[in-house]
Design a protein. Structure first.
Lengths: 330, 526
């Protein structure tokens, strides 16, 4: 071995390196600043053009409206970094909501039973997605296209498409209408999901493995990583978060409906991609995803305030997403 | 260097199909080709030989229009030509059959043969029956026994290659270039391929046949041109030469002088006679009863041609290929590899053949790559200990002298040699019991190569056993205490230091075994 060790030099460079690294962990991505600039531009444009936009109430509103997308987008970030995709998240949400509401109505009207049923159903759908993708080597695009349809169908079948009313006040308070440290609980749950996501992705062994599996699956395999298990875990995480989103939604509307949030998977994927994840895997970061979903939420909110017709909203939203990705892609 | 060696056939320009003269090509500071000449006649199979890096691929890429040459001329049928794109070369009648074939696997043989020139009816509909008929007539004319309706993806490899050759011949092809076409074929399939080549030459097509297998040269070619270090090392009439002369031309007698490399064999060292790894009767889809032993502190080389099973031995030990029968023992204990994680747990490390695909996550930092095989060691209760990981990466960077701005530099930005050092860095600490190396110095410059040799020698000094696969026979001689010759998925012979000290001899031996098949298994020492 070439004995070229210069310990002092190495040690002194370490600290600044480490600080830079922590920053990188938070702001990972090729050109993350583009994302923040885009967000600020949006805020400025809407503030100037609508007198109602710039208010605490309205921002809380945006926060509440983006809750579902933001929570699920945390999981989708893991999935996309691992070179997979999950199209089934909106259907999983619907099915989990039905499971939670039905479980409560059947067993003691207990909010704990509801929560466990909702999260468990989401996790189970995720587990099936993961197992089918990794064990049968079916592309996740196809597996989740199938489960998108199946989960939605099941959600409709259980009550013959009728909604299930929820009456548990504690459930409403915990997941939908209460506040936690002064923050409305839907936003608190979003923040919790984000923090867990950041810890898992950037500070946990699991995150390291996700990046490696997405960055180069063969090299990860050759390094002794169980790529199938890691990929499956990402699907389970996403399914569970879809279950959490289902609890939030059903607690807010005091009922679970089988036909909710159709097509929301596209908003989730758009948020993650806007947030700087590469569809080729191996890159992405949770904070970017947060801003990605905030951009989508702000767009929805601002366009409504401006009185743009809803067909026109769709066109503008689509165009802005494509333009933003074009600017922020590597 | 003389332009034509002994036994050169008198060139007859009147019959020459392709005439390459005085070609030079530089890549940066490296002279890849120096005044190279090559003449191929109509209807001739002209073998092109040389070690890896001798310039064969560069010459082919120039002929096929992938690279432009710096100086020199190419003439086809007496007319000078200039290729600035593969399309131009194709237009001039040069077709290359690469190893990774350019067929659409989901289409039939006939569809592939006529891809892009299908007989059409109105509105762009394909006249399927006419297409089949035309393809069938063509194959009959050539005498190639292919089912035109079979889906290409369902065919054995040799038949796909035949389809590829037939496809090349459908156009106006005058020169067909085959780049190591037999490296993944069985001997029956080789026969089929040679028939197809014969059909082509009978139509007046000239063939350049690149290979590492000398016995094939004698089977199929009329003439041979050898390249060495980017220059001609002789052109021979096949019938008038023999294997020894060809090997001399390939290896060269002034090898050490021309490459500046030491060829002195590894110093004889006292080996600790305890086994770290032994395989007995190890078999699976690519291995046939492999017997192999690796001692503590030994560097054991695996020599063999591409496709001989040498890489597969490493993959089997590392748990990437299931062991179907036979046993593997680690330090005397039987062990069945269940996967790479299991192998790593046993203290086995692999530096794989293709560092870009198998060894590294190019878009990630050195630190991420180096810690990848042992993530749990840098964590507590599942949470990364960023400091420990960073320290480990910095130690690896310093100890292996990786030239990089820091441990957080992206691996993609490093040179080939430094990337390879990062792959070694993955297995640096703790010291592996068994270090498996597959072509450890491919695509690495001379300086980095010496540094990698130092790393390998250091590993054995610390008590690792090293199993190294290399196509570079000089490298094997220089590094190894013992060398096993791998032929057709088995160990044909294991040679100790002293039995063989010279790359040329080893080359002869490899060719002999390749031509005759593996001989009786030899007793292993210890």
């Amino acid at each position: 071995m070439t004995e070229l060790t210069a310990p002092n030099v190495v040690a002194s460079s370490t600290r600044s390196d480490r600080r830079r690294k922590i920053l990188q962990n938070l702001l990972r991505g090729e050109r993350p600043y583009m994302l923040y600039i885009a967000f600020v531009i949006l805020l400025v444009v809407f503030s100037l053009s609508s007198p109602w936009f710039l208010s605490v109430d309205n921002f809380l509103n945006i926060g509440r409206q983006t809750t579902l997308v933001s929570i699920i987008a945390v999981g989708m970030t893991f999935i996309i970094i691992a070179r997979q995709i999950d199209l089934s998240v909106a259907s999983t949400l619907a099915l989990s909501g039905m499971a939670a509401a039905l479980a409560m109505s059947q067993i003691n009207n207990s909010w704990i039973v509801g929560a466990v049923a909702g999260l468990g159903t989401g996790a189970l759908v995720g587990l099936l997605n993961g197992i089918l993708t990794t064990q049968l080597s079916i592309p996740s695009f196809l597996v989740t296209l199938g489960s998108l349809s199946m989960a939605r169908g099941l959600a409709m079948m259980v009550t013959n498409t009728k909604p299930v009313i929820i009456t548990n006040e504690t459930y409403f308070a915990i997941f939908g209408e209460g506040t936690f440290l002064g923050i409305p609980v839907p936003i608190a749950w979003t923040l919790a999901a984000m923090i867990v996501g950041i810890l898992l992705l950037h500070y946990n062994v699991f995150g390291r493995r996700i990046y490696a599996v997405g960055g180069n699956p063969t090299a990860a395999l050759y390094s002794g990583i169980n790529t199938k298990r890691v990929t499956t875990a990402a699907f389970v995480l996403t399914g569970t978060l879809a279950g959490l989103a289902a609890l939030v939604l059903s607690a807010r509307s005091h009922a679970a409906r089988p036909d909710v949030v159709q097509g929301m998977e596209l908003d989730v994927i758009a948020a993650v991609i806007l947030g700087g994840c590469s569809l080729f895997g191996g890159r992405g970061y949770i904070l970017g995803t947060l801003f990605g979903s905030l951009i989508i939420g702000t767009l929805n909110n601002g366009l409504v305030l401006l009185g743009v017709s809803s067909p026109m909203q769709l066109v503008i939203k689509g165009a802005i997403i494509v333009a933003a990705v074009a600017f922020t892609k590597r | 260097m003389e332009l034509s060696g002994s036994g050169t056939a008198e060139p007859r320009p009147s019959t020459s199909l392709v005439m390459v003269s005085g070609i030079n090509k530089r890549f940066g500071g490296v002279r890849a080709l120096r005044d190279v000449n090559l003449e191929v006649r109509a209807g001739e199979v002209h073998a092109l030989l040389g070690e890896n890096g001798a310039g064969k691929s560069t010459l082919i890429k120039i002929l096929s229009g992938v690279h432009a040459h710096d100086s020199g001329t190419i003439e086809i049928a007496g007319k000078p030509v200039e290729f600035d794109s593969p399309a131009k070369s194709r237009e001039a009648g040069i077709a290359v059959v690469y190893q990774d074939l350019s067929l659409v696997e989901s289409l039939s043989v006939a569809d592939n043969l006529l891809l892009g020139r299908e007989p059409r009816a109105r509105f762009g509909f394909v006249r399927q029956r006419a297409l089949m008929a035309r393809a069938e007539a063509f194959l009959n004319e050539l005498g190639i026994p292919l089912d035109t309706r079979a889906t290409v993806g369902s065919l054995p490899f040799a038949y796909r290659q035949m389809t590829e050759i037939a496809k090349a011949l459908m156009g106006e092809v005058r020169l067909l270039i085959l780049d190591e076409p037999t490296s993944s074929l069985t001997s029956d399939e080789v026969g089929i391929l040679f028939d197809a080549i014969g059909k082509a030459t009978r139509r007046g097509v000239g063939v350049i046949y690149v290979t590492h297998r000398l016995n094939e040269v004698f089977e199929i070619s009329q003439r041979v041109t050898v390249l060495r270090d980017g220059a001609n090392a002789g052109t021979f009439v096949t019938a008038e030469t023999d294997m020894k002369r060809l090997v001399n031309a390939i290896v060269g007698t002034d090898r050490s002088a021309s490459t500046g490399r030491r060829t002195e064999p590894a110093a004889k060292r006292e080996l600790d006679l305890s086994l770290v790894l032994s395989l007995s009767g190890a078999s699976n889809d690519r291995l046939r009863a492999v017997d192999l032993s690796l001692l503590k502190g030994e560097i054991h080389g695996l020599a063999g041609l591409i496709g001989s099973g040498r890489t597969e031995i490493l993959e089997t030990v590392f748990g990437l290929r299931p062991l179907e029968s036979g046993t593997i023992e680690i330090e005397g204990r039987r062990w069945l590899p269940r996967g790479p994680a299991d192998a790593i747990e046993q203290g086995i490390a692999l530096v794989p053949e293709d560092r870009h695909v198998q060894g590294l996550v190019l878009d990630h930092s050195i630190e991420r790559n180096v810690t990848l095989p042992r993530i749990p060691h840098f964590s507590r209760w599942g949470w990364m200990q960023q400091r420990a990981a960073a320290r480990r990466a910095e130690t690896a960077v310093a100890r292996l002298a990786v030239k990089a701005p820091g441990a957080f530099s992206l691996v993609r930005t490093l040179s080939g040699g430094n990337q390879q050092k990062v792959v070694f860095g993955k297995w640096n600490d703790p010291r592996p019991r068994v270090l498996l190396l597959d072509e450890p110095t491919v695509g690495v410059d001379v300086g980095a190569r010496e540094e990698i040799y130092a790393v390998i020698r250091n590993a054995v000094r610390d008590g690792s056993g090293v199993l190294v696969v290399s196509s570079d026979l000089v490298e094997l001689i220089e590094l190894c205490d013992r060398i096993s010759v791998i032929v057709n998925g088995r160990v044909a012979r294991t040679l100790s230091r002293g039995e063989i000290d010279d790359a040329e001899e080893l080359h002869h031996l490899l060719q002999m075994y390749q031509a005759t098949g593996p001989g009786p298994l030899q007793e292993l020492p210890a």
